[in-house]
Design a protein around this ligand. Structure first.
Ligand SMILES: *[C@@H]1O[C@H](CO)[C@@H](O)[C@H](O)[C@H]1NC(C)=O
Ligand SMILES: *[C@@H]1O[C@H](CO)[C@@H](O)[C@H](O)[C@H]1NC(C)=O
Ligand SMILES: *[C@@H]1O[C@H](CO)[C@@H](O)[C@H](O)[C@H]1NC(C)=O
Ligand SMILES: *[C@@H]1O[C@H](CO)[C@@H](O)[C@H](O)[C@H]1NC(C)=O
Ligand SMILES: *[C@@H]1O[C@H](CO)[C@@H](O)[C@H](O)[C@H]1NC(C)=O
Ligand SMILES: *[C@@H]1O[C@H](CO)[C@@H](O)[C@H](O)[C@H]1NC(C)=O
Ligand SMILES: *[C@@H]1O[C@H](CO)[C@@H](O)[C@H](O)[C@H]1NC(C)=O
Ligand SMILES: *[C@@H]1O[C@H](CO)[C@@H](O)[C@H](O)[C@H]1NC(C)=O
Length: 751
């Protein structure tokens, strides 16, 4: 606070200094660490806000001051800390306290007193909300001035009253005791000043002095949202700013300095990545192009979290959107009104026995609600083939592990309502959550994408068959839940992550000795051999890859993800299907012919074996174009007799050279272009086990000739390019860069 001879002049000069350069650094979007503190005192701290490293988007850091009781959250805005009163992520708004308050104390010697204050949001994501906030001035001879943005806009208002406080009314800010002006849109800097006019002779000469009260020397100017401050006549007597300081202002925020269109292209920093999250453009006043996120229509909650937008259950809204005439069915993102017959006897009853009805209605209402929910669950159960499954289970009763049908509640409870912190895996097919059952069993729950209705029967068959598989190297499917819209699958929990992680994470890879690698290969081969031959109906996995091989606490391999698997009718040796699989592991013969045989799994296994040997990714754009696929890279190295140069460094030693050579030769045979020339999984198991047990063995017949022949087969394929539409290897090496090795793709082949 200070005194000036020429308050208005002074105000003018500092408002010029206000020129602000507005550039808000795009926040890097990402998911917060699950362990973040999400409240401070009584205030919820939702992402993008957060407390502590990794918990917030840049610019949204909250500090929680525990010296208050309850603790208070603070947000740093420019030079000042502002207390946070409320965060509403759904509306992209935050309310902060410590509003701009200027008081001018007493005066009385012929000099105006001026007080000023600045809130500078430049360099923060925040913008003053122009509809909720107003610049408010109270006092009996107070002139409030406000400079907005870069200082080009100067406005203000005058509040006057006489000693009798005539015309001063509670709740009215029309110039008597209180006045207000709106602020403009898109403003980041606000400077306010307040001065007492009384006894500024220049100004007061214009007035009848007795019109201006001398009693009320306290004037206040502040920016506040209208919900947090209501003018009262008593405010003029108090001469204390505590009420005004208790009010808050509303700040909107933007999250990037680009338009939605540009931001959408820059996927890394794009903040609205979440499912059902939309980008909303913003850019007005001196704010450049920018955007924020909002949930799509029909969804609500947090658009900044990857799965933060939840479906709104419109049917539960206070006003039934179907207006009671029809049954309301909630759908993801919307709802449906289904006509239902209103029981007319109820109407008669209403006329006859209002008292009876009064007692009946609440319980009836609850019943109907419950019934509606039950009906919906029943509907999904049927839609997802629950009845079929029940039949199948009855049929197979006693033949194996029982299929458990879990209820929605059971799984929701086990996974903390599918909490973000429970996510252990995310892929193209769905999300996997860790869950704890009441009986303390740990489970993995897979929430898949909607299952195509035409494939429900197949899905059920797979569920039935998989629950009957009892093999130590296959992830056990414990059951499923069909009451939700998408079927949920419940697996045993495998704690140590995927083989892919262990091979390709530098810290882990060195811990995997050759013996471990062979053992994992044998276990995987064992599981596949079992699926191909031993199971009731042969099963082709179709998506064998290192990321689908999980390791348990003892590093035992467990083959997982049967999402793409096909049951293989025993009377057929091949079936024609849509090509499904993962680039880099996909059997080229199957890719060309779409004829699926168990040898496709053998090929994919061969790639995994090469991965175990070389530690290389199945597809790498760091390798020369012709060797992007690990198989081509490996075959070329074998042909040049460079096996020992491409092995994982440190893997080979005097004791295991022969084993390595034998495994590499076996891999070569698995990778043969013609499926019929590949060994079966049983043979693979046999040979791998042999190579481990007996160091001397008799499969030296795979020699250089073999690799030459393999490459010849490859060039044959190239030669055939003219007749077929696309050459596999050229197609793969010029594959669009956006497809990475881990992505699963499917191609609809003409039959
Ligand atoms: C607001 O802050 C920015 C940088 O933080 C500065 O350039 C600008 O001059 C400030 N404006 C005022 C009015 O202080
Ligand atoms: C937007 O923010 C990014 C990150 O801070 C910065 O590199 C870029 O120059 C900014 N763009 C504009 C137009 O201000
Ligand atoms: C917490 O608030 C107290 C009282 O206002 C203040 O003295 C202290 O510096 C604050 N602590 C932090 C970490 O900001
Ligand atoms: C205002 O100033 C005049 C002289 O300029 C003085 O006589 C008068 O008492 C002052 N009024 C108040 C309320 O201080
Ligand atoms: C008026 O009072 C202020 C302090 O309240 C003082 O700084 C100023 O010098 C005084 N002016 C005159 C003309 O007495
Ligand atoms: C300002 O706040 C109001 C009320 O909360 C809201 O409807 C409006 O969209 C906000 N304005 C902007 C630009 O976000
Ligand atoms: C000033 O106002 C008072 C009462 O409000 C009135 O009696 C007086 O005549 C007015 N004086 C002038 C010069 O208007
Ligand atoms: C401050 O505001 C809260 C509600 O926001 C109210 O309960 C409280 O009484 C207010 N305190 C003062 C001093 O006005």
């Amino acid at each position: 606070m200070f005194v000036s001879q020429h308050p208005l002049l002074r105000f003018g000069t500092w408002s010029i200094v206000l020129a602000s350069i507005l550039s808000w650094a795009a926040a890097e979007a990402g998911n917060p660490t699950p362990s973040c503190q999400r409240s401070c005192g009584n205030i919820r701290i939702d992402y993008p806000f957060g407390i502590g490293e990794g918990c917030f988007v840049q610019g949204f850091e909250i500090t929680c001051n525990n010296s208050y009781s309850p603790p208070k959250p603070f947000l740093q805005l420019g030079d000042d800390q502002h207390e946070v009163v409320d965060i509403s992520v759904a509306h992209n708004q935050v309310r902060v306290r410590r509003t701009v308050v200027s008081t001018n104390g007493f005066y009385g010697n012929g000099t105006a007193v001026i007080s000023e204050n600045i809130v500078n949001l430049t360099g923060t994501p925040f913008v003053f909300n122009n509809t909720a906030n107003k610049f408010t001035v109270t006092g009996c001879n107070s002139l409030g001035l406000i400079s907005l943005g870069d200082g080009n806009i100067l406005t203000g208002c005058l509040s006057l009253c006489d000693d009798n406080l005539e015309g001063v009314v509670d709740g009215s800010c029309s110039g008597r005791g209180c006045c207000q002006v709106s602020i403009y849109e898109g403003v980041r800097t606000i400077s306010i000043a307040i001065l007492n006019l009384f006894n500024d002779s220049t100004i007061m000469d214009l007035f009848n002095e007795s019109q201006v009260s001398n009693l009320h020397g306290c004037g206040y100017g502040f920016v506040a949202d209208q919900e947090s401050y209501t003018f009262e006549v008593s405010d003029l007597h108090r001469c204390s700013s505590s009420k005004m300081e208790n009010s808050s202002m509303v700040l909107d925020w933007v999250i990037g300095n680009e338009t939605c269109e540009e931001a959408g292209k820059n996927r890394d920093s794009y903040a609205c990545k979440g499912t059902n999250s939309d980008c909303v453009g913003y850019g007005s006043g001196s704010i450049g192009p920018s955007y924020r996120c909002s949930c799509k229509q029909g969804y609500e909650e947090n658009p900044y979290l990857s799965s933060g937008c939840q479906d709104i259950n419109e049917c539960m809204a206070p006003h039934n959107p179907c207006q009671g005439k029809t049954t309301c069915v909630n759908l993801p993102g919307s709802y449906n009104c289904k006509s239902s017959k209103f029981p007319t006897w109820l109407l008669g009853l209403a006329i006859g026995g209002p008292l009876f009805l009064l007692l009946l209605v609440p319980s009836l209402y609850i019943c109907m609600k419950r019934r509606k929910l039950m009906n919906l669950k029943q509907k999904f159960f049927q839609q997802n083939g629950g009845l079929l499954l029940q039949q199948q289970i009855a049929f197979h009763e006693g033949s194996g592990q029982p299929t458990k049908i879990f209820t929605t509640q059971e799984l929701a409870k086990a996974t903390d309502n599918y909490a973000e912190s429970r996510v252990i895996g995310q892929g193209g097919n769905g999300t996997v959550y860790r869950g704890n059952l009441c009986d303390s069993r740990v489970i993995a729950v897979k929430k898949s994408k909607t299952v195509d209705k035409n494939h429900i029967e197949e899905f059920i068959n797979e569920v039935v068959v998989l629950t009957q598989i009892n093999h130590r190297n296959v992830v056990k499917l414990l059951g499923c839940c069909l009451e939700t819209e998408v079927p949920l699958l419940v697996y045993e929990y495998v704690p140590n992550g995927s083989l892919h992680y262990h091979i390709h994470n530098p810290d882990m890879a060195c811990l995997l000795s050759w013996d471990d690698r062979v053992r994992i290969a044998i276990e995987t081969a064992n599981a596949l051999a079992y699926l191909h031959s031993a199971a009731v109906t042969p099963i082709i996995h179709r998506d064998v890859k290192s990321s689908n091989i999980l390791l348990d606490d003892k590093y035992t391999a467990k083959v997982s993800d049967f999402g793409a698997s096909r049951l293989f009718p025993t009377d057929q040796t091949q079936i024609t299907t849509l090509v499904k699989g993962t680039l880099g592991y996909l059997d080229p013969e199957y890719f060309q012919t779409s004829q699926l045989t168990e040898k496709s799994d053998v090929y994919s296994f061969g790639v995994v074996l090469v991965e175990l040997l070389t530690g290389q990714l199945s597809v790498s754009f760091e390798r020369p174009e012709a060797q992007r696929n690990l198989s081509s890279y490996f075959i070329l190295a074998m042909q040049r007799d460079c096996l020992y140069e491409i092995l994982v460094p440190g893997l080979a030693n005097e004791g295991n050279k022969e084993q390595l050579k034998a495994a590499a030769d076996l891999a070569m045979r698995c990778l043969r272009l013609k499926g019929e020339k590949r060994p079966t999984m049983k043979e693979v198991v046999f040979e791998l086990s042999g190579s481990r047990g007996i160091h001397k063995h008799a499969w030296d017949h795979v020699n250089h000739e073999e690799s030459h022949r393999l490459l010849d087969e490859q060039s044959e394929l190239h030669g055939a390019e003219s007749s077929s539409t696309v050459s596999l290897y050229s197609a793969m090496s010029t594959w669009p860069l956006s497809i990475h090795n881990s992505e699963t793709f499917s191609i609809d082949f003409p039959r």
